[in-house]
Design a protein around this ligand. Structure first.
Ligand code: IMP
Ligand code: MG
Length: 174
């Protein structure tokens, strides 16, 4: 079996769009402070690049939820593998995620931070695959809407590989 990656979004396109999102977020949160929570491992690149483009004061945290393992199909349940250290009560939380697929991870996290007393909780995702949605989730900041393809790069993996690609590519298995 061979694996091929075809470029879907170039390094320049990704960088440019993240700059735009940072500008939009900075405007929306003017006069407030943000807690950016990156979801590991997939959103590690996106969360840090996005934070660099935000001009209001930013704190950063990372957390890890259960992943797909080596499969390309969602298991359905979400668990926290590693939580954040900051008490989110009264804070403006911006969840930074790599991709929204079924919506289960983000629906779970929205509820989780609201229950912990966050002042506000919003979602920034680099990619959105709306065709695959199973749970309705309001996405506040979306980098790119993409078709139902399995993508890798810029943090996204297939069996833990390809996260380090500086672009987003479609993975083809044959
Ligand atoms: P959801 O809970 O189904 O929305 O899944 C979101 C998570 O599934 C993401 O954070 C990714 O880790 C993973 N995922 C979904 N689609 C892809 C993909 O096309 N490539 C790599 N990972 C994906
Ligand atoms: Mg993920």
């Amino acid at each position: 079996m061979s694996e091929n990656v075809h470029v879907m979004l170039t390094e320049e396109e990704v960088a440019g769009r993240i700059k735009e999102l940072g500008k939009e977020i900075s405007g929306d949160y003017e006069g407030r402070e943000l807690l950016v929570v990156g979801i590991l491992k997939g959103a590690a690149f996106f969360a840090t690049e996005l934070a660099k483009r935000i001009t209001v004061p930013v704190r950063m945290e990372f957390m890890s939820t259960s992943s797909y393992g080596s499969s390309t199909v969602s298991s359905g349940t979400v668990k926290i593998k590693q939580d954040i250290e900051t008490d989110v009560a009264g804070m403006n939380v911006l969840i930074a995620e790599d991709i929204i697929d079924s919506g289960r991870t983000l629906a779970f996290l929205l509820d989780y931070f609201k229950k912990k007393g966050a002042e506000s909780v919003r979602i920034a995702t680099l990619l959105d695959k709306p065709d695959r949605r199973e749970v309705d989730v309001n996405v506040d900041y979306n980098g790119f809407t993409i078709p139902d393809e399995f993508v890798v790069g810029y943090g996204l993996d297939y069996d833990q590989k390809y996260r380090n690609l500086p672009y987003i590519g479609i993975l083809e298995l044959d």
